[in-house]
Ligand binder design. Structure first.
Ligand code: AMP
Length: 449
């Protein structure tokens, strides 16, 4: 059984609208938070809870399992991190991890870690990242020294559990952040194994942009009477993100892109491609072409995809965040976790195969209410995909076109579009687990003051 806390369908929503009582919450003080947390929030400049925060924090503090339908950019990290920080036992009382936050990518793990560090300001908190591509030994040492919160990717976390360097018996909270994406990229077996290795009376919070059937199966098997909070992604891009499409021939995509960038002069843009090879090729072609355009010649370009090593990926993210990189060419997997509020333009150079990917890509701009614009390139045989996106977001994209300003030279630089499709992981049923009674509500009395 699920408790439903979702916005009625008739209420127009931009993904930030919520049910009436959460709209009444206009201050963090109304959420019964500790003085130290209120000070940290003030220091961060968070004036009032975002809708997902207003809805998640109270039931999470009461120990309930949560299903939160929300995308990144809505403040969902703080929504699950604040209650965890509020309920943590001090390190001197428990040296084993108490909360585990599973995320799909290393980048997102770093971002969540940083947000927790900021929210934990003023209260000594031991948090660590367990993600692949980083030193195993260092992670082992940190775990040995004592950690309260672990943020990690499923593969590496399970690796530590198997080695017994990560002791799960004191875990009272597990968060599955971007659960839909974790399943998409094949982490289901690792997630299952991890959940089975965790105490059964834990609190489980699941955050997902969508409630696809496999997510629902996951919640049925691993959550107990979850409270369902719907800051749905269905209308996520409506309010502040302008969304347009270009009807293009395959061989015109590159020229159109160059023309678009020249016209738009973006403050910061992310261009999404479907494949790693396509990302590399487009990056190289753009480097050559933009160098010839006065107004864009100084713009620093970068590309990011799953084949790059962690150091390079970290560097690119750092450069994007600091504003050094003006145009980033990216694939979905790494693009999803990007939390950079200065991105002004999104270009779907390859139309996403999946509506959720569209929402996530477009959601890289217009973050926390800022303005943004997204362009999607659609070829003649991709009309169905456009329609399905429009149905999903409940909005028609505006058709855009360029005048004759597109340089013919650009066409010469264009390389063949790569249309290979990534292997989609197969979706299987999850094994059920038997749940015992839930005694975590006892924690509520022990909240820090
Ligand atoms: P997230 O959805 O967790 O990726 O958060 C998106 C961005 O919003 C992050 O940069 C947060 O620091 C910021 N943020 C989270 N909560 C608030 C809030 N209540 N007020 C203002 N900014 C926030």
């Amino acid at each position: 059984m699920q408790s439903q806390i979702s916005a009625p369908d008739s209420v127009p929503s931009d993904g930030l609208e919520t049910r009436a009582n959460s709209q009444e919450i206009s201050s963090f003080k109304q959420l019964d938070l500790s003085p130290v947390m209120l000070r940290a929030l003030k220091r961060l400049g968070y004036e009032k809870p975002s809708p997902i925060q207003a809805q998640v924090i109270p039931p999470a503090l009461d120990g309930h399992d949560i299903i939160g339908q929300a995308r990144t950019g809505t403040g969902k990290t703080a929504a699950f991190s604040i209650p965890i920080l509020e309920l943590l036992d001090p390190l001197r009382e428990c040296r084993n991890p108490q909360a585990l936050i599973l995320v799909p990518t290393r980048e997102l793990a770093e971002q969540v870690f940083q947000e927790i560090e900021r929210l934990a300001h003023g209260c000594k908190t031991a948090c660590t990242v367990l993600a692949g591509g980083k030193h195993m030994r260092r992670q082992m040492r940190q775990l040995q020294e004592g950690v309260q919160i672990v943020v990690g990717t499923p593969g590496r976390v399970y690796d530590h559990i198997q080695r017994r360097t990560f002791k799960t018996h004191d875990l009272w909270c597990v968060v599955l952040d971007e659960a839909d994406r974790m399943l998409d990229i094949g982490f289901r077996p690792a997630i299952e194994k991890i959940l089975r290795a965790c105490p059964k009376d834990r609190q489980t919070m699941l955050l997902s942009a969508t409630l696809a059937p496999e997510i629902q199966r996951l919640t049925k098997r691993y959550q107990v009477d979850p409270v369902h909070i719907n800051c749905s992604s269905r209308q996520v891009s409506v309010e502040t993100i302008e969304q347009r499409y270009f009807s293009v021939k395959k061989e015109e995509k590159f020229t159109t892109l160059v023309g678009l960038l020249t016209r738009e002069q973006p403050r910061q843009a992310i261009i999404f491609c479907r494949t790693k090879r396509g990302t590399d090729r487009l990056h190289r072609a753009l480097q050559t072409e933009l160098a010839k355009i006065d107004s864009l010649a100084k713009t620093k370009l970068a590309c990011i995809h799953g084949d790059m090593n962690q150091r390079d990926r970290d560097r690119v993210f750092g450069d994007l965040r600091s504003g050094k990189v003006g145009i980033l060419v990216a694939t979905d997997v790494v693009g999803r976790g990007i939390d950079v509020s200065t991105v002004s333009h999104i270009v779907n150079y390859d139309i996403p195969l999946d509506c959720d990917d569209y929402v996530h890509r477009v959601g890289r701009t217009g973050r926390m209410g800022r303005e943004g614009i997204a362009f999607t390139f659609v070829t003649a045989d991709e009309g169905d995909q456009l329609t399905s996106i429009e149905l999903n977001i409940n909005r028609l994209l505006i058709r855009d076109s360029l005048g004759s300003e597109v340089s013919e030279e650009a066409a010469a630089t264009a390389e063949t579009d790569v249309q290979e499709e990534p292997a989609a992981p197969k979706k299987k049923r999850l094994f059920p687990i038997k749940r015992k009674g839930n005694d975590r509500l006892a924690r509520v009395g022990a909240r820090r003051s």
